[in-house]
Design a protein around this ligand. Structure first.
Ligand SMILES: Nc1nc2c(c(=O)[nH]1)N[C@H]1C(S)=C(S)[C@@H](COP(=O)(O)OP(=O)(O)OC[C@H]3O[C@@H](n4cnc5c(=O)[nH]c(N)nc54)[C@H](O)[C@@H]3O)O[C@H]1N2
Ligand SMILES: Nc1nc2c(c(=O)[nH]1)N[C@H]1C(S)=C(S)[C@@H](COP(=O)(O)OP(=O)(O)OC[C@H]3O[C@@H](n4cnc5c(=O)[nH]c(N)nc54)[C@H](O)[C@@H]3O)O[C@H]1N2
Ligand code: SF4
Ligand SMILES: [Mo]
Length: 687
């Protein structure tokens, strides 16, 4: 179909990248089926995709897409011309800056959007005079990145998808790649497992990943440190330390040994809710392997001790010499198709493009040379911190491609915070639950309506290509950001007039050392991987081979102690942990609107163990109330032994039940990530 201006929502096939997870599968349009189909791209080399990829064109052809800007009039959102919507933003933001200074503005960038869009978005924040720009990497792997950057000098996957299959052992801790990174699981991990690689899965609930595991440790949520420390103790006691590697590449082995001296393996196993013999077996399998690769996910990162959780895992990898070689390492499987890139291009409050610290004067000067404006020197607010400051220090927010009303913790508080802002701008495809609080809503472009680059979980920069036009008066996100910026920044020398994404990427390569030397032509239909040194064709594969990314030959060990979860557990209470399923994505903004995916999984359930259910007179299929002091939801119970005793599980993919009305907002002190994976709740039959 085309509209009167010749815009077409019927896609024309082109080689692009899936808009959902960080695997980064090549995706194009099948004219035969009207669905997404894979092409032979850098990651999915045989064109394989998962059900979300197949459904990815539904938002492109959806009649419910936002087609006009909206502005708030007498309490209601009404359509308005672009000029008026942009004018209102310019006036409101200028007033806020004049009255309260630029740090009263906050910018939520989008890990669902391109490097070019995020680069210009963070540039806009900084040219306006604030470093308060963040993206929802904060909510997923910020703790992982904090621990890994401190210890190894880089927060990204140490290894590549291609070499991981050489591992003898996979240790997956708090990650469920069978559902969350399906093409990595099926095309890279499962073939190795079938070929003899042993999979150890540490997860409070059995899921599709566990089904492929040789050993399952059903840890109680929040108790990974006791478990990992006990594994380290077994490794140290049983002579499984790689002494040669430690001599050359590791510091602090004696201190770690002393710290572990008091650890009682059986007591730690009991605390963590796992069988001590199974824990010992896991330690031996990992410690004896020639090559062991660890994967770490949200079960580790989303705790108020998330950074320490990852430190405990890094200790294991370092003492056993499992870093810097093929088939080893510590590998965070990243979230959205461009969460890696959003950080790489500087959409974070404490770093500039390429992770240069904002407090580093030389780094600021280097950026100023390109922009003509120097970014501020003080780190800005993180997401959640910014939400908590809404109405006080923060008066205006620009939310680009995120849905915090559903996804930030303690949603009752989030809704109040969004309403407490003087002015909220949301740029999205739909009138989302967040947009309902907005003063101006800008209609953006879906993935298949734009070009640009995204960076996947193993650091490969790939190109997206447009296949359709945005519907109605909706515009490409890059054009929108440029228009807003030109209205807001006035007479500064900073450029926001690039002729398309390639010109923005060229500028990015000049200010981001990791991307230096990359180009659209060089990427072509393949990928370029960071770091991208001048003498490499494809970028560096395995990191930390001869020296760590810190520049040092050695990395320190970091002894850590158990940190009790923020919520105390009352006698009749259970632990609620939250996560994901294959068919839906994050806030569900796209997947809840997909007929195909809703047919596969229409509504949420709470998974509860049979003994916990029996104690509460709950039968499979009953409607129950899950509640605590923060909120309450009503949901159907699935009684299943796959979740561990004492723990219940729900997803956060639905607006109703809104699981984040139950989660707490205590933050990890280093990374500021919330504790999504442990909340105390009562579960009772609904009356
Ligand atoms: N299908 C699908 N795929 C996705 C997404 C999606 O929404 N849907 N989202 C993308 C994003 S943004 C991200 S960040 C990634 C996340 O990918 P994952 O890290 O795999 O995501 P989760 O399901 O949140 O958490 C993983 C597992 O942690 C377990 N867990 C809970 N608490 C604990 C604990 O205390 N300790 C341990 N060891 N495990 C625990 C949960 O039971 C769950 O199986 O997925 C990406 N891919
Ligand atoms: N309880 C609980 N809560 C969690 C988590 C958990 O495990 N448990 N996980 C956390 C994690 S890891 C993450 S990453 C966050 C995710 O939190 P969010 O980023 O808030 O969630 P998304 O659903 O990915 O939001 C994407 C938004 O962008 C819009 N969008 C998609 N594509 C485009 C585009 O091309 N252009 C524009 N303009 N808009 C677009 C979508 O419509 C949607 O509204 O949730 C966090 N919240
Ligand atoms: S595995 Fe991830 S990137 Fe690949 S098709 Fe599925 S959602 Fe898209
Ligand atoms: Mo995420």
């Amino acid at each position: 179909m085309s509209d009167s201006e010749g815009r077409s929502q019927t896609p024309t096939p082109a080689k692009s990248v899936c808009p959902f997870c960080g695997v980064g599968c090549g995706l194009t349009y099948s004219e035969a089926s009207g669905k997404g189909t894979g092409w032979q791209a850098p990651v999915n080399t045989k064109g394989e995709i998962c059900p979300k990829g197949a459904a990815a064109f539904e938002p492109v052809t959806d009649d419910d897409r936002l087609e006009q800007p909206l502005v708030r009039e007498n309490g209601h959102l009404v359509t308005a011309p672009w000029d008026e919507a942009l004018g209102r933003i310019a006036t409101a933001f200028a007033d806020i800056v004049e009255e309260h200074g630029p740090d009263a503005l906050t910018f939520f960038a989008s890990s669902n959007c391109t490097n070019e869009e995020n680069y210009l978005f963070q540039k806009l924040a900084r040219v306006l005079g604030t470093n308060s720009v963040d993206n929802c990497a904060r909510l997923c792997h910020s703790s992982t990145v904090a621990a890994m950057s401190e210890r190894l000098g880089a927060g990204a996957m140490t290894n590549t998808l291609d070499d991981l299959g050489e591992a003898d052992v996979f240790l997956a801790c708090g990650a469920n790649p069978a559902e969350q990174h399906p093409v990595i699981f099926r095309s890279y991990l499962l073939p190795a497992i079938r070929d003899g690689t042993t999979l150890i899965h540490v997860d409070p609930r059995a899921n599709d990943t566990t089904d492929a595991a040789d050993l399952h440790l059903p840890v109680t949520p929040g108790y990974d440190i006791p478990l990992l420390n006990a594994m380290a103790k077994v490794i140290v006691d049983e002579g499984l330390v790689d002494e040669a590697f430690c001599d050359e590449r590791v510091e602090g082995l004696d201190t770690l040994r002393e710290h572990l001296a008091d650890v009682d393996v059986a007591a730690n196993a009991e605390l963590a809710g796992v069988d001590p013999d199974a824990l010992r077996e896991a330690a031996r399998l990992y410690g004896e392997a020639d090559r062991a690769a660890a994967f770490t996910g949200m079960g580790m990162s989303q705790h108020h001790c998330g950074t320490d959780n990852v430190h405990a895992l890094l200790n294991l990898a370092l003492v056993t010499g499992n870093v810097g070689r093929r088939g080893t390492g510590v590998n965070p499987l990243r979230g959205q198709n461009n969460v890696q890139g959003a950080g790489d291009v500087g959409a974070l409050p404490s770093v500039l493009p390429g992770y240069a610290d904002v407090t580093d004067g030389a780094a600021r000067a280097a950026v100023a040379e390109e922009w003509g404006v120097e970014p501020p020197a003080e780190p800005g607010l993180t997401e959640v911190e910014a939400t908590h400051a809404a109405g006080d220090a923060v008066r205006g927010a620009y939310v680009f491609g995120e849905n915090p009303a559903i996804t930030e913790p303690n949603s009752g508080r989030v809704a109040d915070a969004l309403d407490a802002l003087d002015f909220l701008v949301v740029q999205d495809l739909y009138v989302t639950e967040t947009a309902e609080h907005a003063d101006v809503v800008l209609p953006g472009s879906a993935w298949a309506e734009k070009g640009g680059t995204v960076t996947n979980t193993d650091r490969q920069v790939m190109r997206m290509r447009p296949m359709a036009d945005p519907p109605g008066d909706a515009r490409r996100d890059l054009d929108i950001i440029q228009s807003v910026a030109r209205r807001l920044v006035g007479e500064t020398p900073a450029r926001f007039d690039h002729d398309g994404p390639e010109a923005v990427f060229d500028e990015l390569t000049r200010v981001n050392d990791l991307y230096a030397g990359m180009s659209y032509d060089g990427i072509g239909e393949g990928s370029q991987r960071w770091p991208f040194p001048a003498d490499a064709d494809e970028g560096v594969g395995v990191l930390h081979e001869d020296s760590f990314a810190t520049g040092e030959r050695t990395a320190p060990l970091a002894p850590v102690d158990h940190v009790p979860p923020a919520d105390d557990l009352g006698d009749d209470e259970l632990v609620l942990t939250t996560g994901r399923v294959l068919q839906h994505f994050n806030s569900g903004a796209l997947t809840r609107r997909s007929g195909t995916l809703m047919k596969m999984r229409g509504e949420d359930v709470v998974e509860i163990h049979p003994e916990d259910a029996a104690e509460r007179d709950i039968a499979d299929g009953d409607t129950v109330e899950v509640a605590n002091g923060r909120g309450s939801v009503t949901v159907e119970a699935t009684v299943t032994p796959r979740t561990t005793r004492g723990t219940v599980f729900m997803t956060f993919h639905y607006a109703d039940p809104l699981v984040n009305s139950l989660t707490g907002d205590t933050l990890d002190p280093v990374a500021k990530i919330p504790e999504y994976k442990h909340s105390a709740v009562r579960v009772v039959p609904a009356t």
